[in-house]
Ligand binder design. Structure first.
Ligand SMILES: [Mg+2]
Length: 236
């Protein structure tokens, strides 16, 4: 791997792969899968108010999940039975481990359902940056460890997590679909986007590749490992 470059395209730390979870690493929106099955039907009204700008994503998620009385294990089982990792996620993880490329899931969602799907697929060591939950007799409690000072109402910042990897000298490959991914995509060297994130990147002029599954991401990481440099397209 090239360690002599001075720009982000051949960063001294090599590539790091950071991927969103709902609708990206997972085929489904797993949060909504759980809310449809276990939450009070009023959660859809809360989602509408979030989309109208009345609630932040953090507030919407907490209000909606607070109406659930199912156990953590029942929800984890439901996730394992009904959700799916997108093709080539496992192959990408195996390759990254083999070549010491950091790979992590970066989600605005809740840790327990992210981990249920990943571990249910036998991938027990994938790092997960998500909202930490604790199931207590009084309900679910939430902890946010990646909050920008003064931005507590927004919950975790994906951009903050990308910054931590950038500070280690990595060439950041980011994959996502939603508006909460935008601040991460803005900071990444190579972006794979679909859905709202692709529209927002196109609207704001941030270069991206269209994401379908992790095969193209795997090819990009292999290119970096084999050639010793990343593409410069994300930082044109
Ligand atoms: Mg998503």
């Amino acid at each position: 791997m090239n360690s002599t470059g001075s720009n982000s395209a051949n960063a001294k730390g090599g590539p790091a792969v950071l991927t969103d979870f709902d609708d990206t690493a997972a085929v489904e929106n797993v949060a909504e899968l759980l809310l449809n099955r276990f939450a009070d039907p009023s959660w859809q009204d809360v989602r509408r108010r979030f989309r109208d700008g009345e609630f932040t994503l953090k507030e919407y998620q907490e209000i909606a999940f607070n109406s659930i009385h199912a156990s953590r294990s029942d929800m984890a089982e439901y996730v394992r039975d009904n959700a799916h990792l997108r093709p080539y996620f496992g192959e990408l993880w195996d390759y990254c481990r083999e070549w010491d490329v950091p790979m992590a899931v970066v989600s605005a969602g809740l840790d327990f359902y992210v981990e249920a799907l990943i571990e249910g697929n036998g991938l027990t060591q994938v790092p997960v940056y998500a909202v930490d939950t604790d199931f207590t007799p009084a309900g679910i409690s939430y902890e946010y460890r990646f909050v920008r000072p003064g931005m507590e109402r927004m919950g975790n910042s994906k951009g903050l997590i990308v910054d931590q990897f950038r500070e280690q000298g990595h060439y950041i490959i980011y994959i996502g679909d939603g508006m909460s991914d935008f601040e991460a995509a803005e900071r990444a060297d190579l972006v794979f986007a679909h859905r709202s994130l692709a529209e927002e990147c196109a609207r704001t002029g941030i270069p991206f590749r269209h994401f379908e599954d992790f095969r193209d991401v795997l090819a990009a990481v292999q290119d970096y490992v084999n050639i010793g440099t990343g593409t410069t397209e994300g930082r044109a």
